[in-house]
Design a protein around this ligand. Structure first.
Ligand SMILES: *Cc1c(COP(=O)(O)O)cnc(C)c1O
Length: 421
């Protein structure tokens, strides 16, 4: 493929105008938006508005600010809902993935008789597994016996058949990633949910690597709950406040971990010792919302609303297709293995490249202005983010990888990971 062909794709790209809304640095190719999304001017502006509200209104910022803090978690929830196919009341901006897993396990994991087990998988991000194990221990169960971690056949992907095979009447809860963080595999959420409900298993999904990258239909699929972070594809900034979804059929249920922000909003300031939980997903908040870590989302989600998640997904698929094609055409002699599934319906927003020298190649790439992401022991993740990566950027990135490999530039660097990798 030639540069001119790729430039043509940029000319036809309906989303190309969004790139200038983000702070990109000249001469760098940011391929790590699946770990920390870039700052947009709109997110910066809504963060500054919240600071201004504090400066100007002090305590009255809760209700009188231009972006009233008291309702911000709900407002962001309703802006997030279209990205996941949810009703506004099913979504709230709160916590982090890990604290939200704790909250929703405390709410939905109700072991009874023989129905005590939890299904997860052996490839998930460690924090999800730590949370599930500690929840089991809180109930007095040994994780060795009660946590079923579905095994991978190839060390990279999961088979939906194997997941369904693991289901039985002894399983109370299931928690899986929508998109696997290393291989980028997208699981069939609808199929897994239906199969689990057949055994009365409560179904939760972790959308860390799919929210903001692709559309979902959580309400229609009947998923019981979901959690996500917002600092990856949703560009909320480091430690940005996460979110959760609880299906309408469960609303009205008391939160497993209660706090005063679980309250129905009009009752909260009665200061009563009997909690009246909100009849929305707001019931699963605990304490005072992290306003300054949420405010950037007001601006960021406006971009998603305008651009539309279907268009974002469609460009993202084109970008990852192009990336895979160029890797195959131009990097054939260099032992890279594309580790993500190739079918559109089975992959998320990043390409996962396996190479024995992955760590040193990532360092060489950074040295040349390409920001990839390394996951030990041998995975390079490249995420061409639809809102701020162009087709020509993808072309340049592959040229740079080729140049490194051709000239053995990676050998100047040790093949060890850094502290944050
Ligand atoms: C990023 C990520 C996390 C991080 O959890 P936090 O509580 O937000 O720090 C957890 N799980 C998965 C699958 C992730 O990708």
């Amino acid at each position: 493929m030639k540069r001119e062909d790729v430039q043509k794709l940029d000319q036809q790209d309906e989303l190309s105008s969004y790139k200038k809304e983000f702070y990109t640095s000249p001469g760098t190719y940011y391929m790590d938006g699946n770990s920390l999304g870039l700052l947009s001017k709109r997110a910066e502006e809504t963060l500054l508005t919240s600071l201004q509200d504090w400066k100007q209104h002090a305590i009255d910022g809760w209700t009188e600010g231009r972006q009233p803090w008291y309702y911000m978690s709900e407002t962001i929830g309703s802006l997030t809902a279209p990205l996941i196919g949810a009703k506004a009341k099913e979504v709230i901006n709160t916590g982090s993935i890990t604290t939200n897993i704790h909250q929703l396990s405390a709410t939905f994991y109700k072991p009874k008789g023989n129905k005590t087990k939890i299904i997860a998988d052996e490839l998930n991000f460690p924090s999800d597994i730590y949370a599930l194990k500690s929840q089991l221990k809180l109930h007095g169960y040994q994780p060795d016996e009660h946590l079923i971690q579905v095994q991978s056949r190839d060390g990279r992907t999961l088979s939906e058949e194997d997941i369904i095979e693991a289901m039985n009447e002894e399983v109370a809860l299931l928690l899986l990633p929508s998109v696997l963080y290393r291989s980028g595999q997208l699981l069939d959420i609808k199929r897994i949910t239906e199969a689990a409900h057949h055994h009365n298993i409560i179904v939760g999904f972790d959308l860390a690597h799919s929210i903001g990258a692709l559309p979902h239909q959580l309400h229609a699929w009947g998923v019981d709950f979901a959690v996500w972070c917002t600092y990856k594809y949703l560009n909320s900034g480091p430690g940005g406040t996460g979110g959760l979804f609880v299906h309408e059929k469960h609303l009205g249920r008391a939160p497993g971990l209660a706090g005063w922000f679980s309250s129905s909003k009009d009752k909260q300031f009665d200061m009563n010792h009997e909690l009246t939980p909100a009849d929305s997903a707001g019931a699963f908040q605990i304490g005072t919302p992290h306003i300054l870590s949420s405010a950037p989302l007001l601006g960021s989600l406006e971009i998603f609303q305008e651009a539309g998640i279907e268009r974002i997904r469609s460009k993202s698929l084109q970008l990852t297709q192009l990336l895979m094609r160029l890797i195959e055409e131009d990097l054939a002699p260099y032992d890279f293995v594309i580790a993500n599934p190739r079918e559109d319906a089975r992959r998320g927003g990043h390409v996962s490249l396996v190479h024995p020298e992955a760590a040193s190649i990532c360092k060489a790439l950074k040295n040349e202005g390409v920001i990839p992401d390394f996951r030990a022991p041998n995975v390079i993740r490249l995420a061409p983010i639809a809102l701020y990566v162009s087709f020509e950027d993808v072309y340049d990135v592959v040229c740079k990888i080729k140049d490194i490999m051709k000239n053995n530039k990676q050998q100047q660097f040790s093949n060890q990971r850094g502290t944050i990798a």
